[in-house]
Design a protein around this ligand. Structure first.
Ligand SMILES: NC(=O)c1ccc[n+]([C@@H]2O[C@H](COP(=O)([O-])OP(=O)(O)OC[C@H]3O[C@@H](n4cnc5c(N)ncnc54)[C@H](OP(=O)(O)O)[C@@H]3O)[C@@H](O)[C@H]2O)c1
Length: 257
């Protein structure tokens, strides 16, 4: 009988930090195969060719129930255990809630919250003992952000959900880590609707995907439920716990965040 394969499942693997995670996990001795998920199939196939490990492409929209079913079936029909699940598929639209509009706001929630939660639910029964889940939250999770309101709220959801799930899955020895980066220069900003707008204040804290991914994998290995890369992200988290949020939002407005 064929032995059970240890796999990594990565959503959002066609660009940005998801792609970086795929490259870093390519040298992980505990992983036999990497499953790459995103809509742009050609990108995933290119990446699959570059990786040294066997890579499986499961292209599609993670919000689509048909794609979700496909993932479930692939897990059921292949003899696999998930060593690492990374939920990186996500996007954020900038502007006021009214400017962004009903459909885009709902889509952000569907993608950043609903699909991430569904993917976790599909994968948990297949997780290896000692396995790990990394969910991409953001430093935006710590504070309400006018003109980025829905995005920041979705990332608060990811943070809260991941930390609670971490507790729930402790008895199964599965670690869940919420990864909370500062802005990173990825394709993310091409989809915000305001690509020119990484404000100068945010540029100060700009992080490199490589470092964020390395730190996040290290934190999850140490069974931590949160990963913050930079000092400025840690500072924002502390400030968000001390100062009243209306005051912080007033400052955000003044400095043009
Ligand atoms: N960049 C930042 O400043 C920053 C900061 C904090 C947190 N984050 C979070 O980090 C995560 C990754 O973002 P990134 O910076 O790496 O941005 P990115 O380069 O734009 O990557 C986003 C990834 O998500 C995939 N994706 C988007 N919509 C999808 C859908 N409906 N179905 C399947 N896949 C979908 C994209 O692939 P396809 O287009 O091929 O589907 C892409 O692979 C996101 O959750 C984001 O919120 C980003």
């Amino acid at each position: 009988m064929e032995s059970q394969k240890s796999i990594a499942v990565i959503t959002g693997a066609s660009s940005g930090i998801g792609l970086e995670f795929a490259e870093q996990l390519d040298s992980h001795p505990g992983i036999d195969e990497i499953w790459l998920c995103a809509r742009r199939k050609d990108r995933l196939e290119n990446l699959a060719r570059k990786l040294r490990k066997v890579a499986k492409v499961i292209a599609g929209d993670v919000t689509d129930p048909l794609w979700q079913n496909k993932l479930r079936q692939e897990l059921k029909t292949n003899n696999v255990k998930i060593h690492t699940l990374i939920n990186s598929a996500g996007m954020g639209k900038k502007g006021t809630v009214e400017e962004i509009g009903c459909e885009n706001n709902a889509y952000m929630i569907d993608l950043n919250c609903r699909a991430l939660t569904v993917v976790c639910s599909i994968c948990i029964p297949f997780m290896a003992v000692g396995g790990r889940i990394l969910n991409l939250s953001s430093v935006a999770a710590f504070l309400p952000q006018p003109k980025f309101a829905v995005y920041a709220a979705t990332k608060s959801y990811v943070l809260s959900y991941s930390r609670a799930l971490h507790r729930e899955l402790k008895s199964k020895q599965i670690t869940v880590t919420a990864v909370c980066p500062n802005p990173m220069e990825t394709e993310f900003f091409q989809h915000t609707g305001k690509p020119q707008e990484i404000s100068s204040i945010k540029r100060i804290g700009l992080e490199q995907v490589e470092k964020v991914a390395t730190k996040a994998l290290r934190r999850s290995e140490r069974k931590k439920d949160i990963s913050l890369q930079s000092l400025s992200a840690k500072f924002v988290r502390i400030v968000s716990r001390i100062l009243p949020h209306p005051f912080i939002m007033w400052i955000e407005e003044k400095i043009g965040l």
